[in-house]
Design a protein around this ligand. Structure first.
Ligand code: FES
Ligand SMILES: [Fe+2]
Length: 462
C-alpha cells in the first residue's frame, strides 16, 4: 500500500489560500495558517459506531475524563442559577456561586442517590426532593431533616457528605466541565485555539437560537456529517454553484481542527461555467422567474459584492470594525472542532454545534445548534431552547433560517448510515486522505482516550 503524499492530494481549482490573495480587505493571520496532516489511510473499524462495548468504553474512558462544553456563562448569570448537563448515563449540575465563580457537581444526592435537580433553574440551596437533604451552593452539607438520626453523617461530613466537585473552567463565554477533577487545565487542553479565536470575540455574543434534535444514529455519525465538505456534492447539490466544497482547507492541530470552505466560489465538481450573477442568485435562493435583489455588474465579483452586503448587515451590531474585516470572514464557513464534540465557527457564521449520545443509547444522539450573535445595547438573555424529536424536521425550527433545510438534508443520511454500518460485511469505513482528515483526526483522538489507562495529556500544538 502506498500512502498518498498529502501535499499532492488536492482538488483541482483555486486553493483557499489563492482565493484569500484576491480578498478586497486584509486577511487576518489566523486564516493564513495552514496545518495539513496526513494521519494514515487505514480503515476505521465499524465497531466504533455499532457496538455496545465501544459505547461502554467511551463512557469509561472518554466522557468521564475529557473537557466538554456544558453551557454558556449567560445561561447561569446569577448566584444560584444552575443547568443540568447530561452525558450518556451521567448527569451533572453546573451552578453559579455566590462569589461569581462556577462549580459543577455530580447530580446525585449523598443520602440515597436521587438526582438532585431534574431541570435547569435557580435555587438558594441544593435540596434533594426525596427526603430533603440540602447543600449550600458551594457544596457544603447544610441541612439534614431529623438530624438526630444521622450522627454518623455529622462525623463523616468533611470527607463524605459535601458534594464532590468536577473541574470547571470557561473560555470565550463557554462553560466547560471535566468530571475528572485531576485533569489537565482547560487552557492547556484548548491550546492555540484561544489565540486563533481572539479576533472573533465569541465571549461578546448572545444565544440567539438554540435547537436540539434527536438523531437516529450514533453521535459520531451525526458529528462526522458536519466534519467535511466532501458530502456537499451528493447531499446538498443545490449549493455547489456557490460553495467551493472540494477546495476546502483542512487543518489539524492537537485537540482542535478546522475545515474552511469558501462561499461565493464555485465547486470544482461543477462541469459548466457559473457566472458571478448565477452564483449570487444561487446563494440568495432566487427562482428563475424572479429578479435578483443583488445584481452583479459586468466584471465584478459576487464574493466582493456579497461581502459588502454582509458588512452592512453586521455594522449596526459590530460597528465600523466590519470595514477592517476580510471578505473571507464575511463569506466563508470557518468550521472548527474541539475534541470530542464541539464545533465553534469563526467570524460571523454564528454557528456552534454540539453532538452527544442520546442518554445511554449508542444508536441515537442529540445534535444541537446554537447561533451566537453579535448584539446592540444591553445583552439579550439566551433564547429558550427548542427540542425537536426524532420525527420532527429541522425545518420546524424557523429560527435557523435557510440553514434548517440544509441540516435536514444532512439528517436524512444519518439513520441510513447507522443501518448501513450494521448491515455491511466490510469491517471498516474508508476515508479520503485530505478532505476527510478531520474525521480521521476525531478517531485518532478517540483512540488515544480509549486505549489510555490515564487520560491523555496535551503535548501542545505542532
Ligand atoms: S435521596 Fe436525597 S434526601 Fe434522600
Ligand atoms: Fe452537510
Amino acid at each position: 500500500m502506498t500512502a498518498v503524499d498529502p501535499r499532492q492530494a488536492r482538488s483541482p481549482g483555486i486553493t483557499y489560500q489563492e482565493l484569500l490573495d484576491a480578498d478586497t480587505h486584509p486577511v487576518p493571520d489566523v486564516l493564513r495558517l495552514e496545518a495539513p496532516k496526513y494521519l494514515g489511510d487505514e480503515d476505521i473499524s465499524i465497531t466504533r459506531y455499532i457496538t455496545r462495548e465501544w459505547h461502554e468504553l467511551e463512557k469509561e474512558r472518554l466522557w468521564s475524563r475529557v473537557w466538554q462544553f456544558a453551557c454558556r456563562t449567560d445561561h447561569i448569570p446569577e448566584p444560584g442559577d444552575y443547568i443540568v448537563y447530561d452525558i450518556t448515563n451521567q448527569s451533572y449540575i453546573v451552578v453559579r456561586q455566590p462569589d461569581g465563580s462556577i462549580k459543577a457537581y455530580p447530580n446525585a444526592c449523598l443520602h440515597r442517590g436521587r438526582k438532585l435537580k431534574d431541570y435547569d433553574g435557580h435555587c438558594e440551596e441544593i435540596r434533594c426532593p426525596f427526603h430533603g437533604f440540602a447543600w449550600a451552593l458551594e457544596g457544603e452539607l447544610a441541612d439534614v431533616p431529623a438530624k438526630w438520626d444521622f450522627p454518623h453523617v455529622e462525623e463523616r461530613q468533611e470527607q463524605d457528605f459535601n458534594l464532590p466537585e468536577c473541574a470547571v473552567d470557561t473560555w470565550a463565554g463557554f462553560v466547560f466541565i471535566n468530571p475528572d477533577k485531576n485533569c489537565e487545565p482547560l487552557s492547556d487542553f484548548l491550546g492555540g485555539i484561544k489565540e486563533q479565536f481572539e479576533i472573533w470575540n465569541l465571549e461578546d455574543r448572545c444565544v440567539e437560537a438554540h435547537v436540539t434534535k434527536i438523531i437516529g444514529a450514533n453521535w459520531k455519525i451525526a458529528q462526522e456529517a458536519f466534519s467535511e465538505a466532501y458530502h456537499v456534492n451528493a447531499t446538498h447539490p443545490q449549493i455547489l454553484p456557490y460553495l467551493a466544497d472540494t477546495n476546502s482547507q483542512v487543518d489539524i492541530w492537537e485537540n482542535y481542527s478546522r475545515v474552511i470552505t469558501a462561499g461565493l466560489s464555485t465547486s470544482p465538481l461543477i462541469w459548466y461555467e457559473v457566472s458571478q450573477d448565477e452564483m449570487m442568485r444561487g446563494m440568495l435562493d432566487v427562482r428563475v422567474d424572479q429578479d435578483s435583489p443583488i445584481s452583479i455588474p459586468e466584471g465584478a465579483s459576487a464574493r466582493a459584492i456579497a461581502s459588502i452586503s454582509a458588512r452592512d448587515r453586521w455594522r449596526p451590531m459590530v460597528g465600523d470594525r466590519v470595514d477592517t474585516m476580510s471578505d473571507a470572514e464575511m463569506m466563508d464557513s470557518i468550521d472548527y472542532t474541539i475534541f470530542p464534540n464541539m464545533h465553534p465557527w469563526g467570524a460571523f457564521n454564528r454557528i456552534v454545534y454540539r453532538f452527544r449520545p442520546n442518554g445511554d443509547d449508542h444508536r441515537s444522539s442529540i445534535m444541537e445548534v446554537f447561533f451566537l450573535s453579535p448584539y446592540k445595547g444591553e445583552k439579550p438573555k439566551p433564547v429558550k431552547r427548542r427540542d425537536l424529536t426524532i420525527d420532527e424536521p429541522f425545518t420546524n425550527a424557523t429560527e435557523l433560517g435557510m440553514l434548517a433545510k440544509v441540516f435536514q438534508q444532512d439528517v436524512f443520511n444519518m439513520a441510513r448510515v447507522q443501518q448501513g454500518l450494521e448491515t455491511t460485511r466490510k469491517p471498516g469505513i474508508t476515508l479520503a486522505n485530505y478532505q476527510e482528515a478531520k474525521v480521521r483526526w476525531i478517531h485518532k483522538k478517540l483512540g488515544e482516550y480509549i486505549t489510555s489507562e490515564v487520560a491523555p495529556k496535551s503535548k501542545g500544538d505542532q
